[in-house]
Design a binder for this molecule. Sequence first.
Ligand SMILES: CSCC[C@H](NC=O)C(=O)N[C@@H](C)C(=O)O
Length: 704
Amino acid sequence: MRKLFYSLVLIFFQLIAFGQKFTLEAVKSYAFPTELIRSTQGDKIAWAMDEKGIRNIYVAEAPNFTARKLTSFKEDDGQELSSISISDDGKWVLFVRGGDHGANFDDEKAVNPAGNTEPQTVRVMQIAFTGGPIRVISEGDFPVISPDNKVVAYIKEGQPWICKLDTNENEDFLEAPVRLLKTRGSVHSLTWAPGGKKLAFVANRGDHSFIGYLEMGKNAVNWIDPAFAKDFSPNWSPDGSQLGFIRTPAEGGSADSLTQRKRIPWSIRKAGLVAGEKSTLVWEAPNTYRGSIPTTHGGTNLHWARQDRLVFTSYHDGWPHAYSVAPTGGAALLLSPGEFMVEHLSVSADGNSIYFDANTGGEDTDKDRRHICQVSVDKADMKVLTPGKGIEWTAVSVAGGYAYIGAGAQKAPQLMLSTSSTARSLTESLIPVEFPTSALVEPKQVIFKSLDGLTIHGQIFDNSNGAQKKPAIIFVHGGPPRQMLLGWHYSDYYSNAYALNQYLANQGFVVLSVNYRLGIGYGYDFHNPKSAGQWGASEYLDIKAAGEWLAQQSYVDPKKIALYGGSYGGYLTALALARDSKLFVAGVDIHGVHDWAHQREIPMELLSGPHKAPDADWATSLSYRSSPISSIDTWKSPVLFIHADDDRNVPFSQSIDLINRLQKKKVPMETMVIVDDTHHWMKFSNAIKVFQATADYLKAQLTK
Ligand SMILES: CSCC[C@H](NC=O)C(=O)N[C@@H](C)C(=O)O
């Protein structure tokens, strides 16, 4: 009977799978976990889940860690969830709802893609870990709960505020929030000292920044060794007696070359709390290009993990690696030796080890994956915890093991828990039945040479046996410091792209996702190439090489190669159509950069006048020639432009300007405007609209 039952169940699900239509909605229907955090003790975890645009917080707790939906938001209204934290006593969960925290500017401003007559603001919210009503504490962002569980500090209008979390026994009402401080500049990086009586912060004053701390109940700021510098990343020592921080030079002095690479020296320092005390050097990065402050995820990732060890990330050996150093100084211990990058890093609850994800492991293809690793803070005993053909990221230590987000080529991103070396999914039940897991192709790693000989990695999506010639589409990621992987991606923006690439492959196209230079995962020199971006667009060589490589493949019709990309990928799509319309027969440019002069990358004062950079004229010329607008005379191929007009990464005007220029040239084009959404398609239905239009346009152009 049992066998009969299971075979009937199997037939049922096979019928579903067979009957499933592989639509864009279906392949985009996965529930996407982000913002995974643990309680201080590691007995509780919380995360955000985006289910077709409906974002909620989920929690789980030891010993079973059964996932439980904590909030009950019901609309696809574009309001992201961020800054999730759990009070040390496990009673409260704090979070922020709203904004677009991946933006380059106005990231704390409300977003309103739903077109509400009254936009929702960016607000700090509170809910009991056990569930219940949500208390909206205030408009604000970046909340941090005090270790004594009494108050939450947060930022509002660039200043620190504080609010009680709970009523005391002899009070009836919660007190209103109060501003802790009014100081010049804008405050960020609020950090409670152990014990909850002191709060450190960074006061950003433009060309310099200071670290200060407030003692609760006192009304004067204590500044930590103020210098002509940019000080940031305050980290309390576990005993609360000292502050560790990062120092880089303040901005100013004679203008450097605009087009040449720059060294940005940095050091780790520490200071006691005696008024006027000078800080002392803990560790200084080598004054080399690779020794410049790291720009990969989390930057220096400074943590005072244990009283006797600080951990941090540095790029100085050519790869972003984890290091540790004694607070008394001395040599830094390399914790993750090897030719790979350490990306997302967290400290274990006991402070004795760190977890991180890295593109390393036993497989040849690991360079294009991420796996969870663990290493002691004082010994280079690194272990790869999740080897294999999956993709895993953002691990946190929990009671009896660790939690992380795991995915594969087909397996949609899920919250995973590994205890006693067995891993299980906490969110598999949230994957809708229409999600076409078994119909997804396994992208294949391809490696080819660029036009100047540089080695380039890519992923080929192809659901055929290669017997016939098919039209091909190149996907160009944005960033540009990004790396596409051999499976679902840790960024929602690139999991969107992965879903679209799977859909295009299912529609019968060969899709090549190309990891061009300027990207991460392949070392410092690949990430910081010469003459790239607005200073020569050398990365375009890799896009053209990808097109020419595809054209030589037996399974590709060389007359039917198109491309698409978003943001920086939109920029390179436009550059390809402008410069090589013979190779690229069509394209979709999603919120791309088209005129570097209007991307607000270089202060105007460096281009002329007394502060003019030594190579300003050369830079201006190079920047123009690296912009698609300079090559529109040779732009012949049809293009679809898509842009949202509340874009806070690439101004909407970048598309207006190029569209107007191309219309004068009568270049065949279609356009799509998304009102009041941002660079990150905060509203799910807008993402579906954009990706369906992209797929339909490419299909129309490649099958006519
Ligand atoms: C330097 S041009 C801006 C491109 C943009 N980068 C940051 O805003 C971009 O590509 N954004 C997304 C797609 C990304 O960061 O990956």
